[in-house]
Design a protein around this ligand. Structure first.
Ligand SMILES: [Zn+2]
Length: 113
């Protein structure tokens, strides 16, 4: 291949492609790739359900924060404040960030797919 043939080769422009919607891993609803990537392969409905149903933890009543998107924060606060557990830096940072100013986000109805 000569230098001239390289110079005359047509330019290939980078084209940004948006990945196709994929099914939610938990309910199968077709969901935008960006939403799945941000929420653990969950659609927004499954992600909200995940947030409001945190994992059980010994000596922590399951009704703490029930139905609240920040239930996991309230359960960590209970563990720290009532049970006297020492939380790690990652947990404390996540709690601080979660309780910060709420950023506008899509509701269940607004999520495109
Ligand atoms: Zn789902």
């Amino acid at each position: 291949m000569s230098f001239n043939s390289i110079r005359s080769a047509p330019k290939v422009e980078a084209v940004e492609t948006i990945p196709e919607p994929k099914p939610c891993l938990y309910c199968g609803a077709m969901t935008a790739h960006a939403v799945l990537a941000m929420h653990g392969a969950r659609c927004m409905r499954c992600y909200n359900a995940y947030l409001t149903a945190p994992q059980n933890w010994p000596n922590t009543p399951m009704d703490i924060g029930k139905g609240d998107r920040l239930a996991w924060v309230k359960r960590l606060e209970y563990r720290r404040d009532v049970l006297g557990e020492r939380l790690n830096a990652v947990q404390l940072d996540a709690m601080k960030r979660a309780k910060g100013p709420l950023l506008p986000g899509p509701s269940d109805d607004e999520v495109p797919f």
